[in-house]
Design a protein around this ligand. Sequence first.
Ligand SMILES: N[C@@H](CCC(=O)N[C@@H](CS)C(=O)NCC(=O)O)C(=O)O
Length: 167
Amino acid sequence: MSSSQQRPLSRKLLEEDLHEIPCGRRAASLYPFPVSSMKFLVRIFFKILRFVLGPVMLLWEVANRPAGQIRQPAVQAGVDQQCQNLVLYQYKTCPFCIKVRQEMHRLSLKIERRDAQKDAKNREDLVRGCGQAKVPCLKITDQAGNSQWMTDSGAIITYLRGRFANG
Ligand SMILES: N[C@@H](CCC(=O)N[C@@H](CS)C(=O)NCC(=O)O)C(=O)O
């Protein structure tokens, strides 16, 4: 018995079908549309979704904004000073960024926000510093000027609470 006769029937059929399709167009031909059109349609779908959901999410953010922590003026001034060494890279309508922004409100933190979705320079800085275009990302700069880039909304919130909730 030859090796092709020993292969399972489904595998043999698939190989024979693919053989019919000219090289380089195999994968594309398995879908009803070319892969490039599928990608385009998916991108349009998410654009429309963002366009519709974006304003709703921003409204939700404002409506659910928590009350800010109240500190003595001198303490708040110290916190404001510390916040000057922090920058949040974000997208306006990213749910994870909204979560972090809500926590910043709760802790009364004036942290600069940089849009990494529409601003090419900010996006470039984010990718260079953080290694990927992932938001939210908190840039933390120490006294010596060294920066650390923290991703993941949960980790950022834990860090902010640990540093500012009791001060
Ligand atoms: N587990 C992460 C998820 C963050 C995430 O998925 N962010 C999305 C935006 S909502 C992102 O940066 N995607 C990469 C991109 O859009 O290029 C977190 O909690 O921060």
